[in-house]
Design a protein around this ligand. Structure first.
Ligand SMILES: [Zn+2]
Length: 147
């Protein structure tokens, strides 16, 4: 996504958890603890993936995108589908996205990454408020021209 910035990747932490599990220092009960809210979010707003669950290896992982930020007001902390994010990114100045992977089979869940989205990430012309729609079009044309 064009305005994506300050990406924090949690794959190291995830690998550490899986290592602990493999070594028997934590049990699956400790790491497969997805709440009913998280599982609902995965069902209704989740992004299916081709990635097998690292724990049960029978289901594919679903990614849930949670959004946080003052501008979101009562929507803060809610899950959004991946397709809704670019629209929000063009409407709001800045908000935080937390991506969580969930297995609906065994309840494994882990934070994958976090990043910022929003118009504040746009640089140069076309980033002003009244021109959002045409800025989006111009950005797309620019990207296509670069291919
Ligand atoms: Zn699983």
């Amino acid at each position: 996504m064009r305005t994506q910035r300050q990406v924090v990747d949690y794959s190291l932490q995830k690998r550490a958890v899986l290592r602990e599990l493999l070594a028997g220092r934590v049990g699956t009960y400790d790491v497969c603890d997805a709440s009913p809210y998280l599982k609902n979010a995965a069902r209704f707003h989740g992004e299916p993936t081709d990635l097998r669950c690292p724990i049960c290896r029978s289901e594919n992982l679903t990614l849930v995108h949670y959004i946080y930020g003052d501008e979101l007001k009562q929507s803060a902390g809610q899950a959004r589908t991946l397709t809704e994010l670019p629209v929000l990114a063009m409407t709001l100045r800045e908000f935080q996205v937390f991506v969580v992977e969930v297995c609906l089979g065994c309840d494994w869940n882990h934070l994958v990454e976090q990043y910022l989205l929003g118009r504040d990430g746009l640089t140069g012309e076309g980033a002003d408020e009244q021109d959002v729609a045409s800025a989006e079009g111009a950005g797309r044309r620019r990207r296509e021209a670069q291919r």
